[in-house]
Design a binder for this molecule. Structure first.
Ligand SMILES: N[C@@H](CCC(=O)N[C@@H](CSS)C(=O)NCC(=O)O)C(=O)O
Length: 233
């Protein structure tokens, strides 16, 4: 088993976490942000890794993915996203698919609700889960656009995430308060949204009252094209 490389990288403008994982010289970027492509590719290079995949947990509404830009620079890199997201990608993922990067094996777990195409990526052996916006630390992704559905989110989290070992480390796609990670056990006990009953959760999400993301009109169409040919204004 080769050494695992792991980096949690932050985009301050969108409060997005991008994750770089490497094993046996191969690497994957999870949820890379357009404006951070230079930073991410420089790091991949510095660490002597060959980027194999650029993957998105869902079609983001608040920032443009850098997968298209990365592919224009490194044409061998394959982009991936859940098939049901409707977004373009080289590889469309389904529930239960496995992604191999060096010695790492990610299992795809569909968790629709924030969007219809949300997927978590689970490193079972290492006990690590990349949750996208399905679970945020002490929170969760909003459900008021992109076929959002609070009931589906609640059921998916309880049935597919909260049934994983309690010590599983959770890495979300965003944090707005400076948190970096959590665990399944911690969120099951302390997440103020998912500790509600399903009906209370649905009512709470209906009244969240968040303004639409500032970049939604640019991000959604660009991300449906996997960020390919996206030119910032
Ligand atoms: N202010 C930000 C958008 C903040 C936001 O809506 N975040 C989303 C995830 S990105 S679509 C969310 O689900 N938040 C849940 C929450 O409870 O905060 C912007 O303008 O980009």
């Amino acid at each position: 088993m080769s050494k695992i490389i792991f980096r949690q990288l932050f985009d301050a403008e969108s409060s997005t976490y991008t994750y770089l994982l490497g094993s046996n010289k191969e690497a994957i970027l999870i949820d890379p942000v357009f404006e951070q492509a230079d930073r991410d590719l420089k790091l991949v290079n510095e660490l002597g890794l060959q980027l194999k995949y650029a993957i998105n947990t869902h079609c983001h509404a608040d920032h443009v993915t850098s997968t298209g830009l990365i592919k224009s620079r490194l044409p061998h890199v394959k982009s991936m996203i859940a098939k049901v997201s409707g977004a373009k990608a080289d590889i469309h993922l389904l529930e239960g698919d496995k992604i191999h990067v060096g010695d790492l094996e990610f299992k795809c777990i569909a968790t629709p609700g924030h969007t219809n195409g949300c997927m978590c990526f689970y490193l079972e052996k290492e006990g690590v889960l990349f949750t996208g916006d399905a679970i945020l630390i002490r929170g969760c992704g909003r459900t008021d656009f992109q076929q959002g559905d609070s009931g589906r989110l609640y059921d998916g989290v309880w049935q597919k995430i909260f049934t994983l070992p309690e010590e599983t480390i959770i890495y979300p796609a965003h944090d707005y308060k400076g948190n970096t990670s959590s665990t399944v056990g911690e969120e099951k006990k302390l997440n103020p949204r998912f500790t509600k009953s399903k009906q209370e959760f649905i009512d709470f999400m209906k009244n969240l009252g968040l303004a639409y993301p500032k970049k939604i009109d640019v991000s959604l169409p660009a991300n449906l094209e996997c960020g390919i040919d996206y030119k910032p204004q």
